[in-house]
Design a protein around this ligand. Structure first.
Ligand code: MN3
Length: 285
């Protein structure tokens, strides 16, 4: 079990919402916020553009707001995922053609074997020769980006984030077809979104509307409260003190061969194929 030290996040803005345009490892300046209704839920949009923050934008990043921590256990990641350097490409866990209803085999082959492998290789390369950073766990690195040397911070943010996000993503796909939320996660979804359908509508809206490349995540804070958060590039919920529960990769490399510009169809098919047992395990991790 790894203790994650959270960085101050969005309720510092006085908002009590379950969706946030976050981003940027909790390092984004959040000055202008506006609320709007999406799918019956209030959505907070940061005035900062996704991806425009830089790791040096550290005005809020150095201390915990309430001293609490988010626990997260990398054991829920794909088989073979590494928690420390050197990092190895984890197993996909199913055949490339096992989820054709969502993503075609060629895309899965490239996505796992080239993109995820690429993040793995580049993360290792960034840490090679830096013994001090090598000794830190991936979760420590990603939850403490502001503490890293300038020479490796961006590489860890992008490639460490890519390594983790994809390691969590593969097990969230159910080759046998989608299941239903279980246990504590089922109760939390009902409480936060009214129903699984309510969750689905809000999550799909966020995933479809994310500009450019990134991820939409259902995450939990240290109290177990859920929120849907969008991240640019390979930023992760861990970097804003949140526990990742269910995420979708909306980079074009994840769907373009099968869907071209029809991201919405990809998002809907993904939501039909969620391994909710895995998401429930992530929530409990
Ligand atoms: Mn990807």
């Amino acid at each position: 079990m790894n203790k994650i030290r959270p960085v101050p996040r969005h309720h510092a803005d006085g908002l009590d919402t379950n969706t946030t345009d976050a981003s940027s490892a909790g390092l984004t300046r959040r000055k202008t916020l506006l609320g709007l209704a999406v799918g019956g839920a209030t959505v907070a949009l940061s005035g900062s553009l996704l991806g425009c923050a830089t790791p040096s934008d550290e005005s809020e990043a150095s201390s915990s707001e309430d001293g609490s921590s988010v626990d997260f256990d990398l054991a829920v990641a794909a088989p073979g995922a590494s928690s420390v350097y050197p990092f190895a490409l984890p197993a996909l866990g199913f055949a490339h053609d096992a989820i054709e209803a969502v993503v075609d085999a060629r895309t899965m082959e490239i996505h796992h074997g080239k993109h995820h492998q690429g993040y793995t290789n580049k993360l290792n390369a960034a840490l090679e020769g830096n013994a001090e950073v090598q000794g830190k766990s991936l979760l420590t690195l990603l939850s403490g980006l502001q503490d890293l040397p300038d020479s490796v911070r961006t590489a860890v943010r992008n490639n460490g984030g890519g390594y983790l996000n994809h390691s969590l993503f593969w097990p969230l796909l159910a080759p046998g077809g989608g299941t239903s939320p279980e246990g504590g996660l089922a109760a939390a979804i009902d409480e936060q979104f009214g129903s699984v359908d309510g969750f689905r509508e809000t999550f799909a809206t966020q995933a479809k509307g994310l500009f450019g490349s990134g991820w939409a995540w259902l995450s939990a804070d240290s109290t177990g409260a859920l929120q849907i958060t969008r991240y640019a590039n390979q930023d992760t919920p861990l970097s804003s003190g949140l526990k990742p529960v269910l995420g979708i990769d909306v980079w074009e490399h994840a769907y373009y061969l099968k869907y071209q510009n029809r991201r919405g169809d990809y998002v809907n098919n993904f939501l039909d194929t969620v391994n909710w047992s895995q998401a429930s395990a992530n929530f409990a991790a």
